[in-house]
Design a protein around this ligand. Sequence first.
Ligand code: XMP
Length: 505
Amino acid sequence: MSYVIVLDFGAQYNHLIARRVREARIFCEVLPGDTPGHEILSKKPDALILSGGPASVFAPDAPSMDESLLSQGIPVLGICYGMQLMTRLLGGQVEPATKREYGRTFMERQGEGPLLRNIPKDSTVWMSHGDAVLREPEGFQVIATTSTTPIAAMANPTRNLWAVQYHPEVHHTPEGQQMLRNFLYDIAHLTPDWDPKDRVEEGVRQIQSAVGTGRALVALSGGVDSAVAAALAHRAIGDRLTAVLIDHGLMREGEIEEVVAAFPDLDLRVEHADQQFLEALNGVRDPEAKRKIIGREFIRAFERARELVGPVAHLIQGTVYPDVIESGGGKGSTIKSHHNVGGMPEDADFTIVEPLRWFFKDEVRELGTALGLPDTIVWRQPFPGPGLAVRIVGEVTPEALMMVRQADLIIRQEVRRAGLEREIWQAFAVLLDVRSVGVMGDGRTYGKPIVIRAVESQDGMTADWVRLGPDLLERMAARVVGEVPGVNRVVYDITSKPPGTIEWE
Ligand code: XMP
């Protein structure tokens, strides 16, 4: 199987590079930039990509790489910081930043080399850099320029080294994928042979060899990841698998029933703990405190369920690749303490098995369909582990839960009716703890607002708000105000991520 390694120099959106390579149907893994060269070579990559990063190559602690990787004949593509690092290591000249270049830029291709083949002579690219390459290393040719960046791309075909200053991985570079395909297919001669559907048997074998003749437990959350992990594990070890579904009372309408119905042959135990969660959340308003309490109560409920199941050595977990990348190295700051139901309990004497740790969300969906899971599960929108609790700003009360659950159902119904369910990453309701004055019938109301949140995303790490049509928004608003007691106003969240996050808490 074709295999590419992305060396990570810390840019926030490096996972997008891996995503684009996977979209080209090539398997790809992200490793820290300073991974020792022998370790990288022992994995026998067919090509390397050096990512962007926020540092300046002139900074004293600037991230670097094992230089010998540039002389192995392995095709290497440097992107942004990756290009500057390559330049520095190979004796070219990088100019320290005098100003930043940020945003859309016109780029002019020079010559007819393979990297920019089939890309118009003038195209738009996305730039985000301070330092720039002033003189290319010996043996390189300049293959593209922009008005502010004379060396926007460069190549040394003899040494199989290639580099671009712009970001091909973002949507703002329309020809970015074409350039990556050129690199992967024509320069590195890779065959597009990564097909998540083909991975079913491999996943089954992996689980079988990990679990042996023992038994395993899987925590179902209602989300697609844990459902696909469970389906795969069930195929692998049959009735030696027990699934636990904690009903924390923070689920969407009908969710528990749908999950139970999707797994008719699975030994599935539902642990009802809604009262316990509600009591623990009583009076708590702080988002992080809410998340921590839910995490703690989840472990308690899980431990109880586990005692009923008896001795089990393995825990199957639906960790997906963005989780793996996000937790890699702990470089980023904690924005929210994510609660992954599959990830509990940390202290336990389980051996964790993660059959989906190489998959992106859309790939998990392909796998789920190949495993025969129903569309209601496979195309279910992602749902946070702490559930509706993080969609109620302020205290979680039975009334608030009822309001947000009803509003959520209406929004989901209308999105489905409009045929947008698969296009939208998530569409849901958030209940705010403020009041405003309204008028209904002849009377004054003093009720709470519901926020409609709808975002497009590929993996939840970045997101754009969806431009829902006014008719659809109007229908949602009319229904929410008309059908959800206590709500008298509906507002629409038009914040992307960043700077916002998808959930409100
Ligand atoms: P944010 O709000 O961080 O969410 O932009 C990104 C994606 O992650 C989901 N999310 C969670 N998923 N446990 C999860 O399993 C969590 O604690 C959690 N918090 C947020 C969110 O729904 C979105 O898809």
